[in-house]
Design a binder for this molecule. Structure first.
Ligand code: KG4
Ligand code: ZN
Length: 358
């Protein structure tokens, strides 16, 4: 368990306790009048050996973590449980067993304390992570939300009114990173490792194809296939050709000798796919306040290219602080705060769902 962020504020009035448990991070946050006072995140190491998140193990780890994480989020904030105005929790989307742990905990607390519940959509919360710190975007703004399960361009008209104007038709950007990393023999989650090796590599060395998808939608499955063939052919071709098929040793040697350049080239292509659609969205909507959010917005190549694109096209660019990009309860707290101000509270019949439209 790590203390990710902790600031002490007292004498503020609307106090929200938030719980996030949609995937493999158990997190709790306390927020007062829209200011984040604490944000504790317990990461689950147990999945590393399996090459991906094992849902049953994630639920069990949430069960172990949730009480200490909530206690840690309350500690040293100057507030007690009685001071809380509402309890926000991630209702969807996510792994259903993981969501159930957080939602049942929130419901029990709501019943015991007689405080209202606020059901939060995880992807909306990623977008609103951009409202946590100054400077904040003005409405309406666009947000490119890139995570392990989603890739979306969201038009945000107010903290509680937003719509998806483009999204992936197959893999998410985070999956593209993680699946590419797996093909390279790197452990899960591979996104941060591709980021690390890419820093030392040449992004122009290998050219991966850019898919031609109409409108503002994305596709990453073709890129994954071309990387698969590229590695099977030890770099000789992106398409399947029997005469180029390399032996296991040749393939491994090619990866070992060129890892940095391969990672930089993969990252370069994922980033260009994302930013080309974002440019299109800005032109079509005429909106120049533009944010990024979600786990992949922690990627240093995306952050840099996003800032450079913003300068070139005169955008006002916003990126959440690093600790608010990957899954965290602070973003659930800020979303819960705005929903509370809107009177959007839930009753005890509310239940977690693995998928939800918005
Ligand atoms: O938002 P998030 O923490 O969880 C979901 O809601 O899915 O996103 C997790 C995703 C994973 O695919 C992970 O590999 C990716 O974000 N990710 C990164 C980086 N940090 C996290 N991808 C590329 N570069 C990074 N630095
Ligand atoms: Zn997420």
């Amino acid at each position: 368990m790590s203390l990710v962020n902790h600031i002490n504020f007292i004498n503020l009035s609307t106090v929200i306790l938030a719980i996030e448990s949609s995937c493999d991070e158990t997190s709790a946050s306390l927020c007062a009048d829209g200011k984040i006072l604490s944000n504790y995140i317990a990461n689950q190491k147990v999945h590393e050996q399996y090459g991906g998140v094992v849902p049953e193990l994630a639920s069990r780890a949430h069960m172990q973590n949730i009480v200490p994480v909530v206690e840690a989020a309350m500690r040293d904030t100057g507030y007690s449980m009685q001071d809380i105005d509402a309890i926000a929790f991630t209702q969807s989307p996510g792994l259903i067993g993981s969501l159930l742990v957080g939602s049942q905990f929130a419901k029990s607390l709501s019943l015991a304390l007689n405080k209202p519940l606020i059901a939060v959509h995880h992807m909306q919360a990623h977008v609103l992570a951009n409202l946590i710190d100054e400077p904040r975007p003005s409405f309406p703004f666009l947000c490119l939300t890139v995570s392990g399960g989603h890739t979306q361009i969201v038009l945000c008209e107010s903290p509680t009114k937003m719509k998806v104007i483009g999204e992936t038709i197959d893999d998410a950007a985070g999956e593209a990173f993680d699946k590419s990393a797996k093909l390279l023999g790197l452990p899960y989650p591979g996104g941060p490792l591709i980021d690390k090796y890419a820093k030392e590599g040449d992004p122009e060395r290998f050219k991966f194809p850019e898919p031609q998808i109409p409108g503002l939608d994305f596709s990453f499955s073709g890129l994954k296939t071309s990387i698969l063939y590229f590695l099977q052919n030890a770099g000789k071709s992106h398409v399947y050709k029997e005469e180029f098929a390399a032996s296991t040793e040749e393939k491994q040697r090619f990866i070992t000798e060129n890892l940095n350049d391969i990672c930089a080239s993969i990252q370069h292509r994922i980033v260009s796919i994302l930013l080309n659609k974002l440019k299109k969205a800005s032109i079509e909507t005429g909106i120049n306040d533009i944010c990024i959010a979600g786990g992949v917005s922690a990627n240093s190549g995306l952050r840099k290219a996003f800032e450079e694109t913003g300068k070139k096209y005169h955008w006002n660019t916003f990126i959440p602080a690093f600790q608010y990009c990957t899954d965290n309860a602070a973003m659930i707290a800020i979303t819960g705060y705005y929903k509370y101000l809107d009177g959007d509270v839930a009753d005890l019949s509310v239940s977690a769902t693995a998928r939800a439209e918005w």
